[in-house]
Design a protein around this ligand. Sequence first.
Ligand SMILES: *Cc1c(COP(=O)(O)O)cnc(C)c1O
Length: 956
Amino acid sequence: MNLFQKQSNEFIARHIGTIGAEEAMLKVIGVNSINELIDKTIPANIRATKPLNVPDAVNEAELLKELKDISLKNKLFRNYIGQGYYDTLTPSVILRNIFENPGWYTQYTPYQAEISQGRLESLLNFQTMVSDLTGLPIANASLLDEATAAAEAMNMFFHHSNKNHKTKFFVDNNVFPQTKDVLLTRANPVGIEVVFGNYAEAAIDDSYFGALIQYPDSTGSIEDFRSFIETVHNNSGFVAMATDLLALALLTSPGELGADVAFGSAQRFGVPLGYGGPHAAFLSTKDDFKRTIPGRIIGVSVDAQGNRALRMALQTREQHIKREKATSNICTAQALLANMAAMYAVYHGPDGLKDIASRVAVLSQALASSLKEQGYTVANETFFDTITVSGADVEKIKELSEAKKINFRYTNGSIGISIDETTTPEDLLDIAIVFAEAKGHNVAGINFDEDGQLANIPTFAVRTSEYLTHPVFNTHNSESQMMRYIKLLENKDLSLNTSMISLGSCTMKLNAATEMIPLSWAHWSKLHPFAPKGQVGGYAQIIKELSEYLSEITGFDACSLQPNSGAQGEYAGLLTIRNYHIANGNHDRNVILIPISAHGTNPASAVMGGMKVVVVKALENGYIDVADFKAKAEQYSANLAGTMITYPSTYGIFEESVKEICDIVHQHGGQVYMDGANMNAQVGFTSPGLIGADVCHLNLHKTFAIPHGGGGPGMGPICVKAHLAPYLPKHISDETGDDHNGAVSAAAYGSASILLISYAYIRMLGWEGLQKATAHAILNANYMKALLEKDFDILYTGHEGTCAHEFIVDLRPFKSTAGIEAEDIAKRLMDYGFHAPTMSFPVPGTIMIEPTESEDKGELDRFCDALLSIRSEIAAIESGEADKANNPLKNAPHTQFAVISSDWNMPYTREQAAFPLEYVKQNKFWPSVARINNTFGDRNLICTCEPVSSYATEEA
Ligand SMILES: *Cc1c(COP(=O)(O)O)cnc(C)c1O
């Protein structure tokens, strides 16, 4: 390799941690070469015969330069398009310390609560903020976007009133168009009839289970919905209200108006536009819905020492865990963005938010007056930030405004203008000048009511109730305080900048800094998702090239980048199958075969897609039971929609029978959906297309380097064979979208800005590096398996004794030999500075380890040393040397306070508790709370910051 080619390939060795250590590792595994290992692992009948047609690798500097050049094809306009997306000022302290900080963005979903107290605290702030502003007691810790939050609300009502067999749902005309679109998509397969109309004239009767309205609505108007809500309630229906958190700083809350659910996007609380995302949606509701609310709820509980501790509440209530009984499939959501929005509220506090909202309202009012003076008609008399101008010369205004790099919204001959936090009086004058020039007039200036008299907010909607009164929103005023608060929380959380996170099925690989950097550039972050196509050339290029790469990698022909998570990809893929069958006249193909080992989102997504789930058995060795599969395919032949399989299977094995399974489904007229969560074991060596599938999703936040963000963002694009391409989800912003193959996300390309991460990942690895990454993911897993298998039982391996990119360690035997459960081992790992692997999925009582290719041999060794050391601690219990109830595992994790406490009286040393191995002394990570009591918190559900009085009573 010459010097310059070497430079191009440099990133490959930065990303893959075990390059150079292969020989030593192969020896431990007992094979001679990586090729031999791969041959033993991936069946010959599905192996790719040629290299991926993806460009050669580029180095980090080249990539950044390329992305800079491409970004300049995006045009920076001032956007007044609104419709749920507003420019915002991300406080730099939040940008630098959260958005750009691996201590926050590399976290996993807080399943191991004792080492996640920081983000749990911040998400509790988010819930409190949403609950306060919307005036409803229960809020979840974010959803994917506003439009899907609407669909979740509709579905929640539908199931809540199921006994009454009502199927009609009313939606006001003036709800955002993308929300209406997603509602239709979601309603259709499950038999909900959406009725659009004007709420003021709607004939609501008891055939409606609910209604959805927007406040302020899409024209900007602040309607008085109180009597409408009463009518819906009188007909035993429920009301969901789309709303805007910034508006609610001034407006009477939805809760006070009687709404059962409030939802919307928290984007304008400091989260960049990013051409559609990622942003956090919120949903709050009344107490009655606390067991059916979709998404995650963070709740307050206590730890083993009686101290306050947070964790995800009612986890078994998390919808997708209910599998085919689920009413939502939300798994990955938007935690990182929820944290940013919450911090925005912490930073500004109630007074700051009110000032921002008042400035926006005053500017909007001044603009309306100026345009009226010029002789224009402002269609809405009431408004917060949005006005709709009618009767203007639209073509002329469009031409004049675009010349000034200004975007308005154009609908049915009227012009919408939405003011935001970034708008200045000078911007306002520019807008006024555009409208004046269109009439051949001049404007000299605009008058503001600087005292903030807001004549356009109707009396009923003037907010009198307080919000954000908790100290957390009233303390961190200086930047020093704010920076320290963010750091305080970060320090409580174990992220990839502490140690490896070997979560099976989750692929916690490196999220390289170079992949992240472009996200902060204005030419990527400040684009509105509904900006005219001519302004988004940079995004169009990334979207086109990334779609081609992903199609090539999956062995398919077309790709949709719309779904915002893996589970949404599943749902989108199943709708694609459904639409294909319907287009072929097969309206009754609605049975889907799903193996027992499938991830819970699979059956949950299938049910959302209107399908009937039939579960297929597994054999002793973990393989799909082909005989059972065949029998069920035959039994349901006439109605078979298809199957959903994960490959390699969720047990981490490449089943040789996969091709046969695909054939069986096709013979019976079905389609094969492949869950691509385990794609990290396939890339470059095989593909869903080669295996015989028809459609798959990819978790870009697993295989393709998007960070997990503590539970989102994510992206779950789907790739399909040519025959399914016409049925991919469309979007109202597509010129092609005439027939309704409905949208599954609010924005056409989901969380478009994070696509840059996967793009950068693919470009810097190139075809060669992508395949090498797969090889090392498999190498690392087999190496760890070899180190551990002498002391632990490994469940399921392939016929040659190898695993794929992950493997399952059986911990059930320790229950009888030592009274030790998987949870004890998971918590004890924290004392060794590690995050537990995936617990009890896909097999209860086990852990599933997935090292990924990014870890180096030293880290893999340390992790194995930790597990082996824990094994010897278990042995001490087994032999009676250690007490069965009072030992380092049962008491884990050990906090700093517990260890230094003067009344330490454990039957083992403090050193064994906190520094059980030499390496721990070099880099000790302290869990900030002791083991958390889950049931206590579930019995006493508190999911907002407790009032200060609740602390005071403890003292008394
Ligand atoms: C992660 C995962 C999913 C769900 O993906 P999300 O992005 O969290 O919605 C589905 N199936 C499998 C096997 C997974 O590991």
